[in-house]
Ligand binder design. Sequence first.
Ligand SMILES: NC(=O)c1ccc[n+]([C@@H]2O[C@H](COP(=O)([O-])OP(=O)(O)OC[C@H]3O[C@@H](n4cnc5c(N)ncnc54)[C@H](O)[C@@H]3O)[C@@H](O)[C@H]2O)c1
Length: 356
Amino acid sequence: MQNQLRSIKSALIFGQLSEVGFNKILKEKYPNSKKIILTDDTVAEHWLEFIITEFDELKGAEIIQIPSGEENKVIEICTSVWEALSQYEISRNDIIINLGGGVICDMGGFIASCFKRGVRFINIPTTLLAQVDASVGGKTAIDLGEYKNQIGLFSEPEYVFIDTHFLSTLPTEQLYSGYAEMIKHGLIFDKNYWNELKQLDVSDYQNVLPYITTSVNLKKTIIASDYFEKNQRKKLNFGHTIGHAIEGYFLVKQKPLLHGFAVAYGMMAESFISLKKNLINKEDFEDINLFLKKIYGSLVLNDNDQIEIIRILRNDKKNDQQKTLFTLLDGIGTARINQEVNIELIGQSLMMLSDN
Ligand SMILES: NC(=O)c1ccc[n+]([C@@H]2O[C@H](COP(=O)([O-])OP(=O)(O)OC[C@H]3O[C@@H](n4cnc5c(N)ncnc54)[C@H](O)[C@@H]3O)[C@@H](O)[C@H]2O)c1
């Protein structure tokens, strides 16, 4: 029951920070709170000066800056941030502002939620991927070696400010990375959205604005029916069972893939499995596979790569009672959760990724 009653509590605010009353909210909601900005080196280089000079309430903010990249979404970095929070004498009355991509939003939410049993936090996502997906929905986590998001909890920011102005400094490949999660939203939930997205030139961030709202709203609708991922929310895992295993494998090999690229390979492989299980027809499979391959290319995996990826996948958090369970497509625009898939078929789907 608790599952059905819970929906997203964060206030999701779309628009330029200066136009949506960001400073006023900080002033009125957190008048006597210390403000801490958690960010990474790359985001700091582009946006830190702007944020601390533009908004009066952040002029005296404490800054905690960590190295950029998924390889830093680990407990050692959390410990160093907790030590800094302790030195700054941060209490539950204070407010942490996560300024960055999915890594900062995921890890910053986790750090804030564990520190002194929960400090309030705000997300300001600065990548497309974080704006359409990672900053919304209350999942916070860090990685454990090759296993993605193994340590974490459900905890929501008080506000999420989605300001596309931040995307102006984002490299094109990062826009494509975010695009993969948007494509996932279309494939699992809305065939018209999938068809619209195929026409979108995502390399110019200004084209993307209307689609961010659609993706966030689709995600919100799914979560409203199943906050704690007992059933419907699992649909959002399409592409992620294989995608996370691929991402984790290349992460520990020190050849990290962008999250959205790994998810795109995961979606290709899981569409292939959907085809082999007669859940989608050949025409739909080719529509998906050719489109994704055109953008994200092929992924050549040798025998050892495949064995290791399958090993990681079988230990993935989505497995229930030792079974390898997948979310598969049930036609374009619909998904089917808790589908068991045998190892042989997973192996075939990984081999298919090498095809041109
Ligand atoms: N919690 C969720 O529901 C959820 C959903 C999807 C993904 N995720 C997680 O999100 C993470 C991936 O997020 P991501 O792709 O944003 O990665 P990221 O946070 O590593 O950002 C990608 C890169 O872009 C840089 N960057 C960020 N904003 C920038 C800007 N405005 N201009 C220039 N550079 C900028 C970062 O420094 C980093 O180098 C993964 O860890 C994934 O597991 C979480």
